[in-house]
Design a protein around this ligand. Structure first.
Ligand SMILES: *[C@@H]1O[C@H](CO)[C@@H](O)[C@H](O)[C@H]1NC(C)=O
Ligand SMILES: *[C@@H]1O[C@H](CO)[C@@H](O)[C@H](O)[C@H]1NC(C)=O
Ligand SMILES: *[C@@H]1O[C@H](CO)[C@@H](O)[C@H](O)[C@H]1NC(C)=O
Length: 338
């Protein structure tokens, strides 16, 4: 009997292995994603948000007083069975281009949220960056956001009109820091650390990396111009016990013990200022680093055209790259051809 079974087993084994590999692959896919441009994607969008033919996620046009959102359609399991938040990592390329006639505003944010539908009734424009108004907060509006804020709002204790902030369920950031990047300089063996300010609303494409470590609870945000390598030094780190956030203890919307949350973007313009807020590429991963974006697949040229139309200067200006060569420029400057 046993000698008759063995050929079947030898046949079955590779098949089983294949099935296990396939299952593993889909499990990995559910922990992250990569968008090198958004053409053909099925993001959950609302408000002014659209995906252009070139694959740009346009969150707002530069009309006044509007909001727009784009969320990855599948919620991700942020906590393990023990309720603790796993490490997460994300990177994206964005542009904020002010309306030709006025001040830029208000800004945009990378958002982790229990709900992906911030429809107009809940989404507040202006300084709320499309993240819901004061009444909504007290009810179910629990979000975690990394904001790119281009307006100084005294009522939200903003530090300036060009900062990166961490928001936990409120537009009063728990931490914020001026936008830019640090780099070290070696001058005759005297090493100094310098800070280069980046104007978020310059219209130039910039890249953000958000890296959170579940164990050390450290949250790093790093900002750079495109194209540039990731600066070695992040902006000042913030320590946050993500497992302690109300958002991460939400279980109602899921039938298991794991917090399944949506990730996406929110942006808004104000009643006296506007800007196009765009995302050109985005990746996200739970439990490890976010996959790198491929610059040559991002709709950078099309974003550049929008920037040129609004007559913003500093086209693709490349800053210092922390002692390492800047990444190769993949977008040709049309002015050179002319
Ligand atoms: C944050 O940045 C610091 C300094 O570069 C680094 O040592 C640390 O590992 C980083 N943490 C995460 C979660 O990326
Ligand atoms: C983080 O928060 C969780 C949930 O409240 C708690 O169980 C854990 O002890 C906290 N970790 C630290 C290091 O404080
Ligand atoms: C990036 O995209 C280009 C164009 O599609 C492709 O030729 C190249 O191999 C990609 N690079 C990587 C590292 O995947």
């Amino acid at each position: 009997m046993s000698s008759m079974r063995s050929p079947t087993t030898t046949l079955l084994r590779p098949l089983l292995l294949l099935i296990i590999i396939c299952l593993n692959d889909s499990a990995v896919a559910d922990l992250g994603f990569l968008y090198n441009g958004f053409a053909g994607s099925n993001l959950l969008r609302d408000g002014a948000a659209s995906v252009t033919q070139a694959g740009i996620l346009s969150l707002t046009t530069n009309s006044f007083d509007i909001t727009g959102h784009g969320f990855h359609p599948i919620p991700l399991p942020f906590t393990g069975e023990d309720g603790m938040v796993v490490s997460f990592s994300s990177t994206f390329v964005f542009t904020i281009t002010p309306s030709p006639s006025g001040r830029s505003g208000d800004g945009m944010a990378l958002v982790i949220s229990a709900v992906p539908d911030y429809f107009s009734s809940r989404a507040f424009s202006g300084a709320y960056l499309g993240l819901g108004g004061p009444y909504y907060y007290q009810q179910q509006n629990q979000f975690f956001a990394v904001e790119l804020d281009t307006i100084f709002n005294r009522e939200f204790k903003d530090i300036d009109d060009n900062h990166v902030g961490i928001d936990v369920g409120s537009m009063v950031s728990v931490f914020s820091t001026p936008a830019g990047y640090s780099y070290t300089e070696d001058d005759d063996n005297i090493i100094s650390t310098n800070f280069e300010v980046l104007r978020l609303s310059s219209g130039s494409p910039m890249q953000v990396w958000v890296d959170s470590d579940g164990e050390s609870m450290e949250l790093n945000v790093t900002l750079a111009l495109v194209p540039m390598y990731k600066p070695a030094l992040p902006l000042p780190s913030y320590t946050v016990n993500m497992s302690d956030l109300p958002l991460m203890r939400e279980r109602d919307y899921s039938d298991d013990s794991v917090a399944k949350l949506y990730v996406g973007f929110s942006a808004a313009t104000g009643d006296r200022h506007g800007a196009t807020h765009q995302v050109l590429g985005w990746s996200f991963n739970l439990g490890g680093p976010a996959p790198p974006l491929n610059y040559s697949q991002l709709p950078l040229k099309q974003a550049q055209q929008i920037q040129r139309a609004s007559k913003t200067k500093n086209l693709f200006s490349v800053g210092r790259c922390d002692g390492v060569p800047c990444a190769p420029v993949v977008v040709e400057e049309e002015s050179r051809e002319a």
